[in-house]
Design a protein around this ligand. Structure first.
Ligand code: ATP
Ligand code: MG
Length: 477
């Protein structure tokens, strides 16, 4: 007898699917990620995949009828699927199918099939598990490829020949690595070798889909697990050559520099312990990409990467554009963090002056905390004495930040005197002088020459105006 998983299908929505299936005289099963995650005792997913031996769309419609009130149903006729949103669930219905592929496309030729056919077309054994929703064997597990055993062995394995599986749909190579990283599984040796052989096939996959998987790798607990696999298979140099270009240590005249690729992966693992913010993790991943094009050797000072932060932040744009990621505030945020990634350490190495801290807060604005998290993750030295020194320096910077913030309110700072006010005071039209005076006030505040307060800024404006040969019309002090 097959294993029973009645507990997995207790949600009332499954009962409705059973009722609807009986009404249509068809069989149905819950399959894929839901079953896998239930057995792994992960957070039970909110997306549920149901396969019907019949029309998925008709089954979805029938289920919708059984739910009182308005149920949202989206039909994707071309794919033969339909989705229902019910409470916080998204249930997707598909008819069981048999698939075959042409070499130049991810789009298979599809025919109706049996449950076994449908399980055959699934990417991994652990994703081919199905639980019956039929009255005669409700809750029984259908596991033709020993997926349960692979879950126990923590193994990513394809149901069919891996070379065919990956070549048919090369996105599966990304998915294999994503699941390995997300679930802390190993990719079976044969499968791993097949990925290496099929790496070139990734070219037929859209950037959007690649990025979806990449995001999930970046969001895993130990992202370097996924990146190592991407690197070893050869996928990484196809997707993110900016990163693989960082790999390697060069030596000249006995001087070496660190391997910035492996360093970067450590930084990403470090930051993953302190934030789930996807874009902050991206910033960690990209914070050193400017180092490959800026690397120079100088006989006196050794290896340098001058302006790598600036060059890196420009590269962020090109990279986002190439991969069709959003060129919006998320990208600007990553650029900003890459651009500023060395600022706190430079600060920490010097005597930390208030004015330098004020500038840092002013430039970082609300991202100051994220910037500090990035910089702290960037400490990867294995020398305990140095580690201690750097992290202590950051503690001092943090301490200073909170002191200066409380006192000076320079975050998202607007100079207390506006351009209009300068025009009124000196009775002048829009002109270069206004900009000069405004800039001088801002500088005086950031340098700590005057406090960030209206009266002090007003007095300072009068002084600067007079220096420029302007006279106040009526002193409104
Ligand atoms: P998650 O929801 O965490 O991303 P998942 O396994 O549920 O994981 P989905 O993309 O939701 O992934 O896909 C649902 C199911 O559809 C999978 O479990 C798998 O059986 C099948 N599947 C998805 N993508 C593919 C693919 N590229 N090739 C073969 N089967 C796939
Ligand atoms: Mg899913």
């Amino acid at each position: 007898m097959s294993k029973q998983y009645i507990q997995a299908v207790q949600h009332p929505v499954f009962e409705l699917i059973t009722k609807a299936s009986v009404k249509l005289g068809i069989r149905s099963y819950v399959i894929g990620g839901f079953v896998r995650d239930y057995i792994l005792e992960r957070n039970v997913p909110k997306d549920i995949d149901v396969v019907a031996l019949g029309s998925g769309i008709n089954l979805a419609k029938e289920v919708a009828k059984l739910i009182p009130g308005q149920t949202k149903i989206s039909v994707f006729k071309n794919f033969g699927t339909a989705m229902i949103r019910h409470q916080d669930l998204e249930v997707e219905f598909v008819g069981a199918r048999k698939e075959s592929y042409a070499a130049d496309s991810r789009k298979p030729v599809v025919e109706d099939g049996s449950l076994e056919d449908d399980q055959n077309r699934r990417d991994f054994t652990i994703n081919a598990l199905a639980i019956s929703l039929n009255e005669d064997d409700y809750g029984s597990l259908l596991d033709p490829f020993y997926g349960i055993s692979d879950l126990e062995r923590k193994l990513i394995r394809t149901p069919l020949d891996p070379d065919i599986t990956y070549s048919d749909d090369p996105l599966r190579m990304m998915r294999a690595i994503r699941f390995a990283s997300q679930l802390n599984f190993k990719i079976e040796e044969e499968s791993f070798e097949a990925i290496k052989r099929n790496v070139h096939r990734i070219e037929i996959i859209s950037n959007e889909r690649i990025i979806d998987e990449l995001h999930k790798i970046i969001l895993s607990d130990v992202p370097s697990e996924g990146f190592k696999l991407l690197y070893e298979t050869g996928l990484l140099s196809k997707i993110l050559p900016e990163l693989t270009n960082l790999q390697g240590i060069e030596e000249k005249e006995g001087q070496t520099h660190k391997d910035n690729f492996w360093h970067t992966l450590e930084v990403v693992d470090n930051i993953a312990k302190n934030t789930d913010n996807l874009w902050l993790r991206w910033a960690a991943l990209l914070h050193d990409i400017g180092k490959a094009p800026t690397k120079r050797f100088d006989k006196k000072i050794g290896w340098t990467f001058h302006t790598h932060e600036f060059v890196g932040s420009k590269m962020v744009y090109t990279l986002f554009k190439r991969l069709r990621m959003p060129l919006n505030d998320k990208m600007k945020y990553v650029q900003k963090l890459v651009m500023m990634s060395s600022r706190p350490i430079v600060l920490a190495q010097d005597i930390v002056t208030d004015s330098a801290v004020r500038r840092l807060i002013f430039d970082a604005g609300n991202d100051i905390e994220d910037l500090m998290i990035l910089c702290e993750a960037d400490i990867t030295t294995k020398n305990p004495r140095r580690y201690k020194k750097y992290s202590n320096n950051f503690k001092i910077v943090r301490q200073k930040i909170s002191e200066v913030e409380q006192r000076d309110q320079v975050r998202n700072f607007q100079p207390p005197i506006s351009g209009e006010q300068i025009m009124e005071t000196f009775n002048i039209k829009p002109s270069r002088e206004i900009g000069l005076i405004k800039e001088a006030i801002k500088e005086a505040i950031l340098e700590g020459e005057i406090p960030n307060q209206y009266q002090d800024a007003y007095d300072y404006m009068l002084k600067r105006g007079e220096k420029l040969g302007l006279t106040p019309v009526n002193d409104k002090k």
